[in-house]
Design a protein around this ligand. Structure first.
Ligand code: EPZ
Length: 530
């Protein structure tokens, strides 16, 4: 298992390119199951979750291969979201002509150009300046229908194969995703939507068993206690695309990643309109033909890099971002005092004044994304004053707070909120990552902290960030990936006995009166008092 050793206190400077969006790539990869013919996906980030999903697709009869190392970044197409093919889609205002192949035309066949799966994460090329290789996927065996617990338990997005399997093969057996560190994550809305389309469903032995001769259009309300559901909308929308008749989905998720999936389905011949709004209208079609598609930029990675620049008081230019997908984040950072200039697909992030505390409420899109909550908390820990963060999507998503407190942050939990009293500095420490975004928040805190930090369990980070330490190191950070063994612990984090003596008492025993005083304050009883 790996860990990061982070040398804090360095300002980040330079240009960095944002990768394709994990949360768009995963449901789009799953939707390949609903298609006929080859699909070529550009801009799929190189992540552990993508590899896990490719493993799942291979088990479900999809041939997955990756382009041999592509040419370098000079001639790479932007991850610009494509124009919607038909129906009033997601208007991003970005030009995209070179990224699209019209519906029905299958991508050119060049076997030698592709390496069959399995291919390891990061094997392509770890330079952040090389275009990520395209993935080519084609269903070659539509027999298998089992999405095994062993794969789905590693990545919740595995649930996204349920809708496509059911719609295209008429049956599916998908493991329930199980528990998660960020809080309760039921899938009742997914099942409600698929049942409305006529699927017969039962949950047994930890699996969802689903079957339907042919799904039929329906009027579906997908709103839940915390608003819409992202992957629930993806599952039901993909299934409805192949159902007989018209489906309307109300309270659909409006996330750009859902829009990107809708664009991909429309490119394959689906008839989905209303993307980017809570009202989707879907006219079912008989089949979907493989196509070429480019994944949108990752707005959560972009937000993470923006906050990294702000926390280190750096000067960073982000390339390949979809500014329109980041309105709430950019506005909040500007409110805090971060200077963000945007031009086309790029943004420059600097800090030229003292930052201000803020009140942040995480909501479904277009609100502030819950996936940026932890990173925002890191930023606000060193902003003088009182800040409040409330997560209305995952009210218990605060595992990172205790770890930030180990670095000297002052955070108090109150139900779905955290109250942060800004401290002048964070100090380096050993901390433990608990989930994907929490690990990113700890990396940011470590970059800004005084001294060295060690972040354990960074496998969480590898699941959802494409070569993050390379990108940050290219901007001047000091991050070392090392095997998580005591030998690799930086000396600065080991405590030597001399440090435990009160500085100004010239070496008296630990039991001196001052110690008592502080122990009383901290309500710690010295052994002899018990
Ligand atoms: C997606 O998860 C993302 N994952 C999450 O990102 C993200 O945090 C989340 O959307 C919210 O934006 C992917 O896209 C792969 P939801 P998803 O269904 O679809 C409740 C990351 O860090 N709910 O929109 O699983 C649920 O408990 C990950 O990249 C139900 O009650 O989230 C939550 O409170 C973490 N019943 C809320 O809705 C349901 O059937 C939103 O969940 C489904 C959800």
């Amino acid at each position: 298992m790996d860990m990061f050793v982070v040398h804090g206190g360095r300002r980040l400077r330079g240009r960095v390119r944002v990768s394709g969006a994990k949360n768009a790539a995963l449901p789009i990869l799953a939707a390949v199951l609903a298609s006929d013919g080859p699909t070529v996906l550009q801009g799929v980030p190189d992540l552990v979750d993508v590899t896990t999903l490719c493993q799942l697709l291979t088990a479900l009869g999809v041939e997955v291969s990756r382009e041999r190392c592509p040419s370098n970044s000079a001639d790479q197409p932007e991850n610009a979201p494509a124009e919607p093919v038909n129906g009033p889609g997601l208007d991003t205002g970005l030009d995209t002509a070179d990224a699209c192949v019209p519906a029905g035309e299958s991508p050119t066949e060049d076997q030698d150009q592709y390496v069959p799966f399995p291919f390891g994460v990061g094997e392509a090329d770890d330079s952040v300046h090389t275009r990520v290789p395209a993935l080519k996927l084609e269903v070659i065996n539509s027999g298998p229908c089992l999405a095994d617990y062993e794969l789905v338990r590693r990545m919740r997005a595995g649930i996204c194969v349920l809708g496509p399997l059911l719609a295209r093969r008429g049956r599916a057996c998908v493991s329930l995703p199980g528990g998660c560190n960020i809080g309760d994550r039921p899938v009742d809305l997914h099942l409600k939507g698929l049942a409305a389309l006529g699927a017969e469903l039962r949950v047994e032995r930890g699996y969802i068993f689903a079957c339907a001769r042919r799904l039929r259009g329906a009027k579906i309300y997908l709103g839940g206690p915390f608003g819409s559901t992202v992957t629930g909308t993806c599952n039901v929308m993909t299934a409805a695309a192949l159902a007989r008749g018209v489906t309307t989905i109300e309270a659909a998720a409006c996330e750009p990643e859902v829009g990107d999936l809708g664009n991909y389905l429309n490119r394959m011949g689906a008839k989905i309109s209303g993307l980017g709004t809570p009202f989707l209208h879907i006219e079912g079609v008989e089949s979907l033909a493989g196509c070429e598609h480019t994944i949108i930029p990752d707005r959560i990675e972009a937000a993470t890099l923006m906050i990294a620049a702000a926390m280190t008081r750096g000067d960073v230019v982000l390339e390949n971002i979809a500014v329109d997908h980041m309105t709430a984040v950019i506005e909040k950072l500007r409110e805090i005092g971060v200077a963000i200039e945007t031009v086309g697909h790029a943004a420059r992030v600097t800090v030229r004044r003292d930052l201000l505390p803020a009140d942040c409420i995480m909501l479904p899109y277009p609100g502030l994304p819950t996936d940026v909550q932890a990173q925002l908390m890191s930023l606000l820990t060193t902003v003088s004053g009182i800040s409040i963060i409330t997560d209305k999507v995952f009210p218990d998503r605060f595992m990172h707070a205790a770890e930030l407190a180990r670095m000297g942050a002052s955070i108090r939990r109150e139900g779905p909120s955290a109250i942060i009293s800004g401290v002048p500095d964070l100090s380096g420490a050993s901390v433990m990552a608990s989930d994907l975004r929490a690990s990113a928040a700890l990396v940011l805190a470590a970059l800004a902290a005084q001294g060295d930090s060690v972040i354990h369990r960074i496998y969480h980070l590898d699941r959802g960030y494409d070569r993050l330490e390379h990108k940050l190191n290219d901007l001047g950070a000091g991050i070392v990936r090392a095997q998580d063994v005591p030998l690799n612990m930086p000396a600065s984090l080991s405590i030597n006995p001399a440090e435990m003596l009160p500085a100004d008492d010239g070496g008296h025993e630990l039991r001196g009166p001052k110690w008592l005083r502080s122990r009383e304050n901290l309500k710690i009883h010295a052994p002899e008092e018990a």
